[in-house]
Design a protein around this ligand. Structure first.
Ligand code: MN
Length: 195
């Protein structure tokens, strides 16, 4: 399986601990993992200050700005998890197959405003705006907290040139961007390895 280091090398990106100067700072990473645990869902993760800030998105990301997708914050993950693909064993939290559905660099759009806002500040405010450069997802996406008490968020495609109401990539592009496997194939491969 491709490790994070292999992935970073293939994209000419440095590890976060090697990104020293603010000017030479590499774009942070985003990843979307498809995860067939007790229910099928997508986990959307953004690299912020060396960890992966994470949201569970039951229906996954849309390319249609009118489709607002519910996003539930979940625990931070280590950056190396961005390229994890395989099966979480029975008895562990989240047991089931995980597929790297999309992966790539992102930009904090709010850092480019007249009064720049860091990603950390943007998320604390409940209003993240990012530009994704994935293989499936491109363009602006907003992550907006809609309910402080419940900590419920929406993931919304911003209306730009990359918006497309007809694409429906979760249906039409189900395979891993790392291994080109489907989630069923990842489960089958793990089964045949263990038998
Ligand atoms: Mn999950």
């Amino acid at each position: 399986m491709a490790s994070l280091d292999t992935y970073l090398a293939s994209r000419n990106l440095r590890r976060p601990d090697e990104r020293t100067t603010p000017d030479g700072h590499d774009a942070p990473l985003f990843v979307v993992q498809k995860h067939d645990a007790s229910t099928l869902h997508y986990d959307v993760r953004l690299e912020v200050n060396g960890v992966l800030k994470s949201w569970t998105v039951p229906k996954g990301p849309s390319t249609d700005p009118r489709e607002k997708r519910l996003a539930q914050p979940t625990e931070d993950h280590p950056l190396d998890y961005a390229t994890f693909e395989g099966v979480i064993p029975e008895g562990q939290y989240g047991a089931g197959p995980v597929l790297v559905w999309d992966l790539g660099p992102y930009r904090n759009l709010r850092a480019e405003e007249d009064e720049p806002v860091s990603m950390q500040e943007a998320l604390e405010e409940g209003k993240g705006e990012v530009w994704l450069e994935g293989q499936k997802l491109k363009g602006g996406y907003a992550l907006v907290r809609i309910d402080d008490a419940d900590d419920r968020w929406l993931l919304i495609k911003m209306d730009d040139d990359e918006a497309d109401a007809r694409r429906k990539p979760t249906s039409t592009q189900p395979r891993s961007v790392l291994s080109e496997r489907t989630i069923e194939e990842i489960a089958e491969d793990a089964e045949s390895e263990s038998s």
